[in-house]
Design a protein around this ligand. Sequence first.
Ligand code: ADP
Ligand code: ZN
Ligand code: ZN
Length: 732
Amino acid sequence: MFADVIVDINNVEVDKVFEYSFSDCRITLGSRVLVPFGKKLIEGIVIGVKENSVYDADKIKPINSLLEEKPALTPETLALMQHVCKTCYVTRASALRLFLPSEMRKGKVKEQFNRFVKIKDGLDVEGAISSLKKTAVKQKELLEFLKNGEKHLFTVLSERFGSSAVNAVVGKQFAEIIKEKYFRLPYKDLASVNKQITLTEKQKEAVESVKNTDKTVSLIFGVTGSGKTEVYLNLINDVIKNGKTAIMLVPEIALTPQMLKALRARFENHAAILHSGLSAGERFDEWWRLRNGEAQIAIGARSAIFAPLEKVGLIIIDEEHDGSYSSESAPRYDTIELAKFRANLNNAKLVLGSATPSIESYKKAIDGEYNLIELPDRINKRPLPSVDVVDMRKEVMRGNNSVFSSVLKNEISRCLENNNQAIIFLNQRGYSRTVICTECGHVQKCKDCDVSLTYHQEENALLCHYCGAKYKMINACTECGSPYIKHSGTGTERVVSELKKLYPTARILRMDRDTTQNKEGHFNIINKFTAKEADILVGTQMIAKGHDFPSVTLVGILDADMSLHFSDFRSSERTFQLITQVAGRSGRAQEKGTVVLQTYSPENLTLRQAIKYDYEGFFNQEVSIRKATGFPPFTDIVRVLISGADEQGVINATKAIYQELTEVYNQNKDKFRFFGCMKAPLKRLQNKFRYQILMRIEAKEKELLDKIFIISDKYKSRNLFVSFEINSNNLT
Ligand code: ADP
Ligand code: ZN
Ligand code: ZN
């Protein structure tokens, strides 16, 4: 027998299907196998099985061994993988990796302990290497490999370099073993009682509508607090009862525990969670529970769309408008598109839910492509919170230079006196956005990126939010030596310290990327706040989405304008969504909620629409602007981004690609709305220069997009990154 195999090497040159022979009858579609490749043995996956081959039998190598008895991929996930290859402009290997937990690829995760090997701190690596015998090739290679100080799994290193080399290097005290314990059932303490909830009429109608529509996709447009989660749970229940499975996606890892809690309360251990914040063993085990059919509900952020389930009957994408559903780093993919494909494969239903649907989805709904379901009221007709707009220019004129307006200060006091909770939202982490010299105006910048550095008080350091580099805080300007350094712009750390001064007895929590680094970090903060162990929660957009905190009666939005001034075509849409979402955290239970929105542009139309919850007004205005100016969904924005360390090389490649694309452009002028070549807005990132070719093309010109991709992809090389992005959320 012969097998078509994709080998696990992410490289354009080997992005082919290879043929191997086999006699082991356990090998089948989706099996993971070890195959000879060049001089090595490489992991691969069987994507086709056949009796005959067109090649000479003696030229075909046999499969070395079968890795697991159960095929890792099913016919369904194989089909989805092939669809990803075709539509997402990625290699087969990188598409394949989306479907397997990384632990599975690297080797076996079975123990309760992970053993890592790491180079000893302060070791003179070159010295160590030269002290080794000539014949100790593997040990030398291993030291080279460990040189950058990263820790690696012992098992992985042993596979690669041989366990005797690893043991020898450890024995010679060049490296050390670090043991890390892990627990395999994620969120063990997450217990919840199943609240007996009777659906409202509206909720019942929504459930029935999803079940009875002949359309694959339903869009539930329901205001914040309208009870969408209950609708989802009911739909899942129905699917499970019929012997099928379900996938539930939420936009943030931070939201998975809350949803898992609701799912466990109802479905016990039939729900499994998949996300990158879990430990290796947990992720591995949860993945297998789904693959084995022990769990029938997969929950997670966008990557859970690749869950190893069979017979998927329902896919739910909550907060469907959220930017996180289109992945920004390679492999880039659009979760909603993949979900549609997967739903169609199975004749399943896809449910999109949001209080602020994306322009694209809502347009499809009113154009009749999606089934539109509206939940216009909060549960029990609780009112949406009223929004107080504060003109910060007037505050400044009155001499108030604090980050809090007097209105907000009064509201916080009132909220605390009444024993309620408040949320303060600000989309900037750190203490101050930048530090500036008051003498010469110099702004501290990252040496590798073209961006200013953010001051973090807790670490007393300047951090680059783009590459993560950390610099010592300065005492004097690095340009002119002046000691007069000013903090400019406010971050969450500073908000917390100001709050502490104003309300010394208030208990304050902060939730942003910095406070949620460790495992279950999100979960702990959310839990504390839900348990009322804190009065005020300060945070970035992480706190804006989806959370249900019944005691929150006040939401303060400190910088409502911030996203308005991005040059992105989606900036109005993002602003509208963000304000509606953050405001939606207030007044979800008995007491009425208040929102204080601080802005420097109170007359802005998008802000005015957001505070009135006028989605339709906003939608109509935005659609007419996009239509007139030729932006998505009426066109596709295509960017070819070229970057590399050698600026001249990047410029040359950009010019060459541009020239080739000009031919395509000349032949298709009627389909192009824009075609140009320039420096990227962020000119340098991690010491790589960035240039771009930007195009706006009539929507759905798949053939044309393929052409552009093929041309630009040719220029990829070891030193030159070329990426191809369609309607990216991030065009920096
Ligand atoms: P959304 O996701 O639409 O913002 P949720 O699903 O979080 O809203 O529901 C808001 C609140 O209303 C939750 O606390 C939920 O438990 C409650 N709720 C939902 N449906 C009902 C119902 N039928 N009866 C009583 N309470 C409900
Ligand atoms: Zn200076
Ligand atoms: Zn940087």
